[in-house]
Write a protein that binds this ligand. Sequence first.
Ligand code: GTP
Ligand code: MG
Ligand code: ZN
Length: 356
Amino acid sequence: MDINKLGWSTFFEDQFQPYKEQGLSAGRVLKELRGQYTLYSAEGSITGDVSGHFHFTAMDRSDYPTVGDWVAFRQCADYAQIEHVLERSSAFSRNSSGNEDSQQVVAANIDYLCIVCGLDGGRNFNLRSIERYIAMAVEGGARPVIVLNKADLCDDREIAMLQAQSVAGNIPVHMVSAVTEEGVEEFSMSFEKGSTVAFCGQSGVGKSSLINSLLGMDTLRTAGLRESDLRGRHTTTHKELFFLKSGAMVIDTPGMRELQLWGSRKSLDDTYGEIREAAKHCRFRDCTHQNEPGCAVRELLIDGSLETERYENYSDMRAELSFIESKVDDKKRQARKAKDKQLSKLIRRTVKNKRK
Ligand SMILES: Nc1nc2c(ncn2[C@@H]2O[C@H](COP(=O)(O)OP(=O)(O)OP(=O)(O)O)[C@@H](O)[C@H]2O)c(=O)[nH]1
Ligand SMILES: [Mg+2]
Ligand SMILES: [Zn+2]
């Protein structure tokens, strides 16, 4: 397949030039499983892993390749040794939520992030959770799309649509059913040739089922919800990119329980446009919109044009992101300190040697 059809662009071409001169090839990561990557390049698909040099120079988990990434690799017989990850044009990341805060890149170089919800009457349709996903899509530079799946199980579609639109702003909302396939055709036509679409959302909302209906075959494994609480069973366990006949590409991801935020506060304000606009009229420029006098955001609460729940969700996310920002800054400060120490040691040694 021609790699131009896989989302390759001048943005990647320019970065790849020096590696090309070193005899490396370009490939896109289709799948990652326990450190093994499946790549797609001009010559077809090949598996491999990152080189020793790559391990040595990688600083952070987010430096490693993820699904959707473009990489420069050396071909050794039928094995690929990945030497570089090209800079990402966009990414959907989250906080890896382990003991230490770190960026986990779920999918790279994506044009759209489909936020999939399930209208099955369980907890799989939650406006506050949609807001979190929108903020993370904006943060990573992907266009969010809200997908209301399982329309066949929904008693009042109009209400569900209105609820979704209340958080969507200008973001498109699609009502579909992977089972009856209603709305699926129109939904799939909204992605142009060569674009990459990542699917995210809680387990059991029907991400894999929807991708199966887009592919026109049952490629991906799906499974029913737990009857006791209508929660998903975490059926999908790895991320993978698939090609659609339309020329678009889709990435399936494992369901997440709750999206842990990653990024800065700036994109949050882009998600809540009305808060950003009102904030321009707050008396204090660094107003946190909590209890400062002359806060124009809290005015919106009083006159009812900003819903309390929406405001509270915003405040929670803002606090979460500030916390992460300060931790990341700490990490950077420590890394800089360590480097400075190294450098001064080196200088001392050089001066000493000169004196000898
Ligand atoms: N009635 C109905 N059921 C659906 C629809 N889409 C998916 N399902 C069912 O919902 C269950 C979960 O679907 P999956 O596709 O496995 O969900 P998923 O989002 O991929 O879940 P994880 O892989 O665990 O993250 C399966 O039993 C599907 O058959 C739909 O549109 N209508
Ligand atoms: Mg799945
Ligand atoms: Zn304010």
